[in-house]
Design a binder for this molecule. Structure first.
Ligand SMILES: C[S@@+](CC[C@H](N)C(=O)[O-])C[C@H]1O[C@@H](n2cnc3c(N)ncnc32)[C@H](O)[C@@H]1O
Length: 291
């Protein structure tokens, strides 16, 4: 990671619904220049984590996600990247191989093979979606890409270096945040599954549904962080519900295009809201036109 080639390679190695590539430049300006502990409890593809790691902006990091396959994958890339690369190198992009890998029970695989399975399904499956059925089995169909990059050793090795020493936690965001003594020198980024912008529009690509009660719990968490003066940023869809949840905190509306949506027709521009815990002058809490 220390040379410029390393920084070029330091990017998410998974395509993940809600990846923050488009909002990154703005979010990066809201992160303090030097962070003691960086906490990201909705990791997904980790776009902000990798961007901050490339810039050496934090001393230590705690990353979490509800999705156990995802966290196991990061653990294997952190602890045995050469094993993961070796497993991926042998996999071909054909429907037969894809459905055979999809049928495997990940819990019976060794860590490197389990991580390679997720990366392979992510590169070769339809739209990079992560979706499981009621029984917990991955059910995304083959993606029919001409030449997907199944194994990118340079990117995986750079990711492994960035993840060295990083604490990875599987579970609900409250578990990731529990008993952390965070203060003004730390930074938290919260990127939950978004509040649906209409009753019919909901993201189905996640391991667990994120209800309005969960959104309320998260808003309480952000308010507690604000009370303790912990710098934090949250992103969500810009809609009346979100503005109500975060009323009184600093909000900023940004136009954005989501890269992955399970319903192709809804891939249009969706405004996103960034909420911060930093203090803002009275009357200046929200900028950007109301939705
Ligand atoms: C919008 S995505 C995060 C995208 C990420 N910022 C990126 O760059 O790819 C939301 C993530 O939250 C996770 N998630 C869903 N419910 C959760 C919960 N209750 N606690 C923690 N993570 C959760 C999902 O598995 C998903 O990876």
């Amino acid at each position: 990671m220390s040379d410029s080639a390393g920084i070029v390679a330091l990017r998410p190695f998974l395509k993940w619904a809600g990846g923050k590539r488009q909002l990154l430049p703005r979010i990066l300006t809201l992160v303090p220049p030097r962070v003691r502990t960086y906490v990201e409890p909705f990791l997904g593809g980790g776009a902000l984590f990798f961007a901050l790691a490339a810039r050496r902006r934090f001393e230590r990091a705690v990353l979490g996600d509800f999705n156990g396959e995802l966290i196991s994958c990061y653990e294997a890339v952190r602890d045995d990247v050469e094993g993961v690369i070796a497993k991926l190198a042998g996999l071909r992009n054909t429907p037969d191989v894809y459905y055979e890998i999809r049928r495997q029970n990940p819990e019976r695989l060794k860590p490197a093979a389990r991580a390679a399975r997720l990366i392979y399904l992510n590169r070769c499956g339809y739209n990079g979606l992560y979706r499981v059925n009621r029984g917990g089995l991955f059910n995304v169909p083959f993606g029919r890409y001409a030449r997907p990059k199944i194994c990118d050793p340079e990117r995986l090795r750079a990711a492994s270096q960035a993840l060295a020493g990083v604490e990875l936690v599987q579970g609900d965001f409250a578990r990731v945040m529990a008993r952390r003594r965070l203060g003004a020198g730390d930074f938290v980024y919260l990127d939950p599954p978004y509040v649906p912008i209409s009753k019919t529009a909901s993201f189905t690509g996640y391991a667990g549904a994120f209800s309005m009660d969960d959104q309320e719990r998260l808003a309480e968490l952000l308010r507690r962080l604000a009370a303790k003066r912990v710098p934090a940023v949250l992103s969500n869809s810009d809609c009346a519900d979100t503005r109500r949840l975060y009323d009184g905190l600093a909000m900023e509306s940004l136009p954005a295009r989501r890269a992955i949506n399970s319903v192709a027709a809804r891939r249009g521009p969706v405004a996103e809201l960034l909420v911060q815990t930093r203090a803002v002058p009275p009357g200046a809490a929200c900028y950007g036109a109301a939705p």
